[in-house]
Write a protein that binds this ligand. Structure first.
Ligand code: UDX
Length: 430
């Protein structure tokens, strides 16, 4: 199929690369000329396992091209995916200006029947908005359909999630257009749900909000466990064996960050309010999440007293493992608070340090976890990188000025750290 993808952020790049890899002809457009030039030279602007390779393979094979010319993209594509950013406004509402701009560009260029597919995460009603914009601005009297096909990929496993999603959701205005999408996704052989456009739009927000709720739930339980001398990891495991609950997304810690959960939950709350429903449950999910970093900082203060002049090694800067993404990363909140209280911060992350440098001032960035631990009065684990689980704790202890660990992601074993002579604090355990 001839496919156009507008927007070369996370979702657009991965979507374009995967569709090309399935044998389609894909044109990706972006308004950032420099980015497009770099992509055409084979330089991939984000860190994502397998993406570089997939892009190179398909650019070389002539199935994937990048352009700033949206008009050409619209004319040459039968399916046009909108994959632009949908950032939050201050009040939690989603800023749809990039989606609106993409819809206008499509309207100006559309010269024949096209299927426009919204893949960006957008509040319910956006499909109708895109339809309306194209109708009002189109220069030729042509038909088109607008479909909602939300993306569920996670950063760090984006390619795998796109090739083998748990489900493919297609919100279509009629059966004929739904069949076009079914045909495109058929090679993946995954479960597909066909529904109307508003339901598909809500599926995306309800899914992310539910997962965020699981995380806040276990973090609230962690608070109870700390008071009751219970072990939240065992509690989560015991709950998760129940197939109705499931084990995923019950890992306690510093809570959720990143470019999706915080903004999507805010947006769902905002949209629900607009529609006349006060989604108090989700407001509480956000509030529990906001308390996580202050909670860890409270544990640090209680154990260390004043932080003035103390050296703290911070392990992990990205919002989660396997990504260099710093958006809404808990590290920023934790590190800024430590610096404000007079601590000296030495930080290390396997891939996010370049991005972190432009956000965090006054931090000493170290070449390894061991370097960050050298001379430290305490170590603070902020991101759940596998590399940190595999550290040689004996070596770490020898390097530190004081064997003290604050583990914001519960990656170490309480008994083992104690046996090795560490003072070890984590989340949700006595
Ligand atoms: C999420 C959704 O999973 C994905 O389906 C959607 O398309 C985009 O948003 P992502 O933001 O990439 O993906 O990361 P995810 O792996 O879901 O983690 C989100 C945050 O929750 C991270 O900060 C992570 O550290 C935290 N988390 C996750 C927990 O604190 N506990 C858990 O049990 C799981």
């Amino acid at each position: 199929m001839e496919i156009g993808v507008i927007g070369t952020g996370y979702v657009g790049l991965v979507t374009g690369a995967v569709f090309a890899d399935l044998g389609n002809d894909v044109i990706c457009a972006d308004i950032d000329e420099d980015k497009v030039e770099r992509l055409n030279r084979g330089e991939v602007p984000i860190y994502e396992t397998g993406l570089d390779e997939m892009i190179h393979r398909n650019v070389e094979g002539g199935r994937l091209t990048f352009t700033i010319d949206v008009h050409r993209l619209v004319r040459e594509s039968e399916l046009i995916f909108i994959c632009v950013g949908t950032p939050p406004k201050d009040d939690g509402e989603t800023d749809l200006s990039y989606v609106e701009r993409a819809a206008q560009a499509i309207a100006h260029a559309i010269d024949d029947y096209k299927v426009i597919v919204n893949k960006s995460t957008v509040p319910v009603g956006t499909g109708a908005l895109v339809s309306d914009i194209i109708d009002r601005h189109k220069r030729k009297s042509v038909r088109f359909d607008v479909v909602s096909n939300p993306e569920f990929l996670r950063e760090g496993s984006a390619i795998q999630d796109t090739l083998a999603p748990d489900r493919i959701v297609i919100g279509a205005p009629n059966k004929t257009v739904a069949m076009r999408l079914l045909e495109l996704y058929a090679p993946l052989e995954r479960p597909m749900l066909i529904t109307d456009v508003p339901s598909a739009e809500i599926i995306k927000y309800a899914s992310n909000a539910f997962l965020a709720m699981k995380i806040s739930f276990i973090n609230a339980v962690a608070n109870v466990c700390e008071q009751a001398e219970a072990n939240v990891d065992d509690v989560a495991k015991g709950m998760g064996y129940d197939t109705r609950i499931g084990r995923g997304f019950l890992y306690p810690g510093l809570g959720f960050g990143g470019s999706c959960f915080p903004k999507d939950v805010e947006s769902f709350v905002h949209k629900s309010g607009e529609l006349g429903y006060d989604f108090k449950l989700l407001k509480e999910v956000l509030s529990v999440n906001r308390e996580r970093a202050p909670h860890l900082l409270g544990i640090i203060r209680k154990s260390m007293g004043s932080l003035e002049g103390k050296v703290l090694g911070v392990l992990g800067l990205a919002f989660k493992d396997n990504t260099d993404d710093m958006r809404d990363a808990k590290s920023v909140e934790v590190i800024r608070a430590l610096l404000e209280e007079g601590a000296k911060v030495k930080a290390y992350d396997p891939v996010a340090m370049d991005n972190a440098r432009s956000i965090l001032n006054g931090v000493e960035f170290c070449p390894s976890a061991y370097a960050a631990a050298e001379g430290a009065d305490a170590l603070v684990v902020v991101t759940e990188w596998r590399e940190f689980r595999q550290l040689n704790l004996v070596r770490l202890k020898e390097l530190m000025a004081r064997p003290l660990i604050f583990d914001g992601r519960n990656i170490y074993d309480v008994e083992r750290t104690k046996r090795l002579g560490f003072e070890y604090h984590c989340m949700g355990k006595a």
